[in-house]
Design a protein around this ligand. Sequence first.
Ligand code: ADQ
Length: 467
Amino acid sequence: MSRLIVVSNRVNPPTGKGDESVGGLAMALSAALRQYSGLWFGWSGRTVPAFTGELSIEEFDGVTAATVDLEETDFNEYYNGYANKTLWPLFHYRMDLTAYDRSYGEGYERVNRRFAETLRPLIAPDDLIWVHDYHLIPLARELRALGVRNRIGFFLHVPWPAYQVIATLPGHRQLVQAMFDYDLVGFQTHEYLQAFEEYVLTEAAGERIAPDKLRAFGHTLSVGEFPIGIDAKDFAQMVRGPRARRMRDIMTASTVFKQMIIGVDRLDYSKGLEERFLGFERLLADNPDLRREVLMLQIAPVSREGVDTYQEIRARLDALSGRINGEFADVDWNPVRYVNRNYRRDDLAGIYGAASVGLVTPLRDGMNLVAKEFVAAQDPQDPGVLVLSRFAGAATQLKEALLVNPNSPEEIADALKRALSMGLAERIRRWRALFENVQGEDVEGWRDAFVTALADDDAQSKAALAG
Ligand code: ADQ
């Protein structure tokens, strides 16, 4: 079998201590690689004054992690710049926050070239190469320029936006053209795949040559829908483990006689945190009888602190949580608990398990793994209710959640009210359907489906060549 090389911006191999750094992609790739003796290549997370291309190689649980340091300018122009100030907001429909700065684009191209040059010597002829996310769209083009002929696949963890939105990006054509240097490109949902196809067929004068094959820019590309899941088996085991149980007991004791609503998100404007706080405030304002009966715990570790918008949203959330508590708190009750810390995964499992409602209301989200983790952590005899944004990719799978428009505090308040008073029979019925999906479409299935599609095509094209 071919070796798998995974490439992502950050490399976060499993440490086995449950303290892997935060982020859906890191969680998913750790889980996906755990049973694969593959190579994981990317940025070390460190910056140095000048790029050296020196590799640092470490082994974790059968996974070889090969990382490279970036130089300060690369970090500012590629990571903070093009990736997080241009592509991230644009792909999440925040054109108002999207920065178009030529130096960011140049930094993005430069880092992708440097990644390709550093990775090149590690590639053996039969390796399958799997590149992840919006930081690295041009990587295949750079590898091809260095003579790499291996099968290369790309998976986009975030939404692919509507044609008219992507068309606002200067250089959009070049970006899409670079995707045609891959053999396979995967998206989280049908909606994103369709939006990509629409761009290719209309803007790039491409054609569909098979149900899952597009031709444009002189290349043929396979495309597909690969909804990502969580490490459901490990998670279920963790939920039953001593650490999660203890955490659940601590949380239950600290919220006694109250129903807890839980939110867990990176502190990011795409996650709809302000609208969520306003929805909870509306619930309290409209339902005096519910005050003192509920509390909302929002866990939101800070991320991307080098980007101004992230500092601004943090300040606004501090003010908003303070305002809600100031308005409604009593001597023995605070409606909002707002913490900016990271937690171990087994602790998080226990916290989810103690909650009556999981409140997951991103304004846009590629998939959203928190929704799936919440479902996996529930007690089958007495499960909590998931309130989920219709604009999370997860909404296409988790249909038995209470789906809401995350822009509307009223809709959030109404759904919370319904969730808090839902009877046991309905909770169990909904949860069973959700759990079946979370378990059935897990991260291993996602990995296997993608890798098989990438490798299968290989067999086909070799057969075609031989024929
Ligand atoms: P993210 O935007 O990071 O991921 P998400 O899918 O919700 O979003 O994953 C977040 C992960 O971080 C979860 O596993 C969660 O448990 C963990 N996490 C969050 N807060 C934490 C805390 N305080 N302590 C510890 N862990 C915490 C991107 C895309 C998503 C897509 C994933 C995977 O934006 O749409 O689902 O990649 O493809």
